[in-house]
Design a protein around this ligand. Sequence first.
Ligand code: NDP
Ligand code: GDP
Length: 328
Amino acid sequence: MARTALVTGITGQDGAYLAQLLVSKGYKVHGLVRRSSHAEVHFHRLQWLGVENDVEFHDGDLTDLSSLSRLVRQLQPDEVYNLAAQSFVKASWQQPLLTTAVTGTGVANILEAVRLEAPGARFYQASSSEMFGLIQAAEQNEKTPFYPRSPYAVAKLYGHWLTVNYRESFGLHASSGILFNHESPLRGLEFVTRKVTDGAARIKLGMASMLEMGNLDATRDWGHARDYVDAMWRMLQQDVADDYVVATGRTISVRELCRLAFAQVGLDYQDHVRLAEQFMRPAEVDVLLGDPSKARDKLGWTPSTSFEDMIAEMVEADLARHGKGAGK
Ligand code: NDP
Ligand code: GDP
């Protein structure tokens, strides 16, 4: 019999790639979807990957425990992937309580629904390298102490520890993936990689001339979302639930990202990028660099896409979206 998976956050970047992966493995995939007045664009990522019709959608919200309980009771899923979140760090300073309710307390809601309605289900929590924040070790692994630097990271830390606690308290098969930044052509436009690849494409096509940016000196360990959802799935195939860092082991600056993306369209970023105060943050995460040894050794997981290839793919997709074919 086909295995059943419930994915929250299915309309997001990772939800779309995970749905594609699970469908390819023969799962019956169910997605939690919150109500939107823009239903026509809600499923654009799943459409882009060609899996919209392979997923069954259910109304609900991570802040509404009753909607989650009913759904988990009805579906009795084998696997539950909790990807839903207010996921943009910068917005978490403007909406700290919403971020707490969705990204933090929302994890308690879905864990409760699983514990009470389908305690045998395997559970994945989308934790984040942002929890390392003001880094306490040059390379961050599962044992590195956390030091969150934003309301988002504080909320993620709550979700992470609650996942660990439900595993230890109730014996749930609950795993937390501490994923470093991962990107793709389906990344939201507000995140720095997509903002830069889209900006470079628009400038190349004469639709804009300048791109306003924040801190160009921040560095991140960036991988491809398609690779990272595979790590999520591998975690839930283990006999024993555990926590894993998922990263590439390489850190690259926002400045280098700009250089590469603009070079991809034959331009010099220094002619088109200018700094703007509004994109600076009240507290910054200067550097992130993950050590994915445990995921490699225990899950057999390694990233398959280089940063350079990923940025090239994203620039080409943005050029195509804006109406012209690929190329410099
Ligand atoms: P996205 O922002 O692309 O997707 C977030 C998803 O959560 C969307 O489907 C959104 O729905 C949904 N959502 C938001 N609020 C609610 C709510 N109240 N109830 C139900 N659903 C809700 O994020 P990503 O796909 O990039 O990330 C997936 C998860 O991984 C997130 O939890 C994120 O914080 C975490 N993460 C991401 C990293 C990355 O680099 N991408 C790194 C580490 C962790 P809607 O479409 O309606 O807005
Ligand atoms: P985050 O790591 O989850 O916060 O992912 P983002 O893609 O939003 O930001 C990554 C880094 O890029 C952070 O250190 C930001 O301060 C930096 N950055 C610099 N300029 C910008 C910008 O214009 N937009 C965003 N989103 N980030 C920027």
